[in-house]
Design a protein around this ligand. Sequence first.
Ligand code: ZN
Length: 230
Amino acid sequence: MERADGFNLQITKLTNYKFTQFTRSLNYKSFMSKFAEPMTRLIDELKKLPGVGSKSAQRLAFHILRSSEEDAEALAAAVRDVKAKLRLCTVCNNITDVDPCVYCSNPTRNQRLVCVVEEPTNIAAIEKTRHFNGAYHVLHGSISPLHGVGPEQLRLSNLMRRIDAGEVDEVILATNPTVEGEATAVYISQQIRRPGVKVTRIATGIPVGSDIEYADEVTMLKAMEGRREL
Ligand code: ZN
């Protein structure tokens, strides 16, 4: 038994060595074209992911090929489900598998306090603080004339409906402190101005742990503007 195991190990080592030698002996381009069709297809699909180049895609594809049947199937199923089962919350546009989403349907959260963010991932950043107990509204973007995104492309109609129905006391504009985010905040503040609805903008400024000596003028100005009484 021991001999047999040792023998198998030798074979594995030899195979791995030979494989490495084989891949090294070919330049990348000629090697790419020698993949079997399903492998080429997987690599091509993985290459479409952000931050994944040809070599990373190849490494991932080989990892998937070597992984167990169950792991590969679980990955494929997760990719399928994310498209099939997730949709936008009809109240706040958050990505969800139940409608309304967990934030909109939670009775312990203040549904009259709405925090507006650009992307669904921004919600996680705010939730991390554990200090916000209101609801959200996701715009899925920001106004960016350079990228051809105008105000009409923002998902704003369902927020307007909530405001017009008298369901909102305060709207916190938590779009990014970028040119696009600021323009979006200004535009929304003009659109949603109604008597009895408070519109606020998150304060931005010096990041915690940094030195004010290194802050640029805009950051410093924002920090001064956002000051509060102690
Ligand atoms: Zn929701």
